[in-house]
Design a protein around this ligand. Structure first.
Ligand code: KIV
Ligand code: ZN
Length: 404
């Protein structure tokens, strides 16, 4: 089979890329991902996952919420000790105790980050914080300043940014930048935004807030309407240069944008769009399977990139196309994401070309008559049986050969 287009997409070696188009990958599998009900991970599991993410060249690993529990504190601290290539980040609310606990947890890190957040939307201001706009602005200044006194790398997030009045959001971002935040994240906390709308929020901030072009703006998209990946990509087009994502898209409620999907969308469409990440994508499937194993959350068969059917082809027309040129039905190769080889599935929709290829793989070279006979027997069996295994095919071919 010939090479898929994605495998020919520009790579760091053959294309001159602008650093300003690089998208920082911030993985929150162990923080927002772990907030999926039932997804908690042990310390050892987190350490192992952190090593895989580091190997994959994730830029920032959000390892936990240190004030939430002693276990979370310990995980962030231990990961800070063993990971040297990625920045290790701990989450904190706007209170001084939260920020100090996060600072303590990331202290051993070669590169550490405090990520502090505060809600900005009217709904959260009125119902959760009972705070005025002026109170919020003061809290942003105080919390970011305090975090900056403890750590050089501070990220500030406007929780529920997408339901915040845009003129107030500008003032919040301005306060965070003035207090020293190097990254400002504008989360779509409840997965409410549309892609075009989300892109415009970033464009507006870049246009109206002094200094916004000198810091990194970040996306953080939840998947309540199934738009988390589309919104993350739109955010990048609007000017964001960090994406907050989780393996397999796990996270609060319907989850976060899936790391593997956003990263591969940027890579596969590198032919048209200039944005790129430093992720070594061949580690993606291993990271996905490990995340699934430790959380107990299965990966759906048809999940993009990492699902077991993502590179499986059942229909005769597709199999015939694949055998002639992989690019006919694959926009990236399974090898690019560490999924092994493409799979021509022997089901009732399989065609003669795929069947012949399968026989070759099993060591048979049949003449036309024997092939016709075996193919007919295979089709009859596939009509009755959901899964036709290699052993079934061997049995029916041997039978056809014996009776022929
Ligand atoms: O969804 C959200 O707003 C968050 C913040 C804590 C960044 O997870
Ligand atoms: Zn979130």
């Amino acid at each position: 089979m010939t090479v898929s287009p994605a495998d020919q997409a520009p790579s760091a070696n053959d294309t001159v890329r602008k650093e300003s188009d690089r998208v920082i990958v911030f993985d929150t599998t162990m923080r927002d991902g772990e907030q999926s009900p039932g997804a908690s991970m042990s310390l050892d599991e987190k350490l192992e996952l952190a090593k895989i993410l580091e190997e994959m060249k994730v830029d920032v690993i959000e390892a936990g919420f240190p004030i939430a529990s002693n276990g979370d504190f310990e995980a962030v601290r231990k990961i800070s000790e063993i990971v040297t290539e990625s920045t290790i980040c701990g989450l904190a609310r706007a209170g001084m105790a939260d920020i100090e606990r996060a600072a303590e947890a990331i202290r051993p890190a070669k590169r550490g980050r405090i990520h502090t957040f505060l809600s900005t939307s009217p709904s959260h201001r009125d119902h959760i914080l009972r705070a005025s706009q002026e109170d919020i602005l003061e809290m942003i200044t105080k919390s970011v300043t305090h975090a900056r006194n403890l750590c050089d790398d501070v990220e500030w997030s406007a929780q529920d940014a997408t339901r915040t009045e845009q003129d107030f959001l500008r003032r919040c971002v301005d306060a965070a930048i003035k207090a020293g935040a190097g990254t400002v994240n504008l989360p779509d906390t409840v997965g409410y935004s549309y892609p075009s709308e989300y892109a415009d929020i970033f464009r507006d901030i870049l246009e109206h807030v002094d200094g916004a072009d000198r810091i990194i703006l970040s996306t953080h998209c939840h998947n309540d309407l199934g738009l988390a990946v589309a919104n993350s990509l739109a955010g990048v087009q609007g000017g964001a240069r960090q994406i907050e994502v989780a393996m397999n898209g796990i996270g609060e409620r319907a989850g976060n944008a899936a790391l593997e999907e956003v990263v591969m969308a940027l890579k596969v469409r590198g032919d048209r769009l200039p944005y790129f990440t430093n992720i070594e994508t061949q580690h993606i499937t291993r990271a996905s399977r490990y995340t699934s194993a430790i959380t107990g959350f299965p990966v759906q068969f048809n999940k993009a990139i990492v699902g077991k059917n993502a590179f499986a082809h059942e229909s005769g027309i597709h199999q015939d196309g694949m055998l002639k040129d992989r690019g006919t039905y694959e926009i990236m190769s399974p090898e690019t994401v560490g999924q092994g080889a493409s799979n021509l599935v022997m089901g009732k929709h399989a065609g003669r070309a795929g069947f012949r290829e399968k026989l070759k793989e099993l060591g048979y070279e049949l003449g036309q008559n024997a092939l016709n006979e075996a193919f007919q027997r295979f089709k009859d069996l596939a009509d009755k049986k959901k899964h036709v295994f290699d052993d079934d095919i061997i049995a029916l071919v041997d039978d056809a050969l014996a009776s022929g």
